[in-house]
Design a binder for this molecule. Sequence first.
Ligand SMILES: [Cu+2]
Length: 105
Amino acid sequence: MKKTCFLCALAVLMGTQAWAGDVVIDQKDKQFSKKALKVKVGDTVEFRNSDPFAHNIFSLSDTKAFDLGSYPQGQSKKVTFDKAGKVEVECSIHPSMQMVIEVEK
Ligand SMILES: [Cu+2]
């Protein structure tokens, strides 16, 4: 009984973490792994570079303007979205790379 409850609690904890946890957006073949993404205010998105060359992810949006700078394969950088609205994300090196993040309250 005790053991079951412990596993139960663990599953709930892990479920909570998955729900509230960070989202990873991969950059591969000059593409974001998702074209559109919905997150909640306060969520953090991790932008990972899996291409054998650098990307420079940025946004000029009013909701969240940022510039992650150029970084190589294997590295990732995080952005926390603290305001509701739309965020258009682009790569300054590859203009064809675009995605939209919708931040909800
Ligand atoms: Cu790029």
